[in-house]
Design a protein around this ligand. Structure first.
Ligand code: 13P
Length: 248
């Protein structure tokens, strides 16, 4: 079984001086892979400051170079020492018009540059209430598959982030998570045998006080952490909870 992966997503937060303290307080945890996805301007700072923790980005351009004002390519991220990049976060989908196909192209761009994409999927509350949660997630994954091809699926991490649990203060239930992760893993394994072992992370109101229970859920290979990743003690507690769940 692969090590659990815990990824901080700072979103639109940070400031040089405060980052110094936060980055300095985030350290490696035995038996767990830890990454921190910071805003683009702080990537070099994160790469220089972090020890045993991988720097990552929160999105990436689908384009490699050229007349695309304001874009940041996967090659630039790799050049800065990035290892991971989040693609298809629900905030990008909802607020910045990223559709399923765009997410697929961004995933392909990340793979082309040798980055490890963390592909976010997840349903809205209305979709869950309509009994369509798995169907929505499979559609989102299917769009990525259509662009990268089945053999590349094994290179992804998938983050299941139900939109209704993000920033809500209340995570999805362990049973809901278990079922969805099992569904995602089945879907992946049916398309490529090697893809059955990709890490499927859970995200949405993971906190220091619920991380142990969430990471113990069957099929949860780590977490994508928003708000709690901005508080060093909380983030490190979550990383340690993943180590315990790993049996490390
Ligand atoms: P919160 O942990 O703040 O709910 O955010 C989750 C998230 O969106 C991580 O990508």
């Amino acid at each position: 079984m692969a090590q659990k992966l815990v990824v901080g997503n700072w979103k639109l937060n940070g400031e040089l001086a405060a980052n110094e303290a936060l980055l300095g307080a985030i350290g490696a945890v035995a038996g767990v892979e830890v990454a921190v996805c910071v805003p683009f301007p702080y990537l070099a700072q994160a790469a220089a400051r972090l020890r045993g923790v991988a720097p990552g980005a929160q999105t990436v351009s689908e384009f490699q170079s050229g007349a695309y004002t304001g874009e940041v390519s996967a090659e630039m991220l790799a050049d800065l020492g990035c290892r991971y990049v989040i693609v298809g976060h629900s905030e990008r989908r909802a607020l910045f018009g990223e559709d399923d196909a765009t997410v697929g192209r961004k995933t392909a761009a990340a793979l082309r540059a040798g980055l490890a994409p963390i592909v976010c999927v997840g349903e809205s509350l209305a979709e869950r209430e309509a009994g369509r949660a798995l169907e929505v997630v499979e559609r989102q994954l299917g769009a990525v598959l259509a662009i990268i091809g089945a053999r590349m699926l094994a290179r992804l991490a998938v983050a299941y982030e139900p939109v209704w649990a993000i920033g809500a203060g209340r995570a999805a239930g362990v049973e809901e998570i278990r079922r969805m992760h099992a569904g995602i893993r089945r879907w992946l394994g049916e398309r490529d045998a090697a893809a059955a072992s990709v890490r499927v992370l859970y995200g949405g109101s993971v906190k220091a006080d619920n991380a142990t229970a969430l990471f113990a859920a069957p099929g949860v290979d780590g977490g994508l952490i928003g708000g709690a990743s901005l508080v060093a003690d909380d983030f490190m507690s979550i990383c340690r909870a993943a180590a315990v769940a790993n049996g490390a």
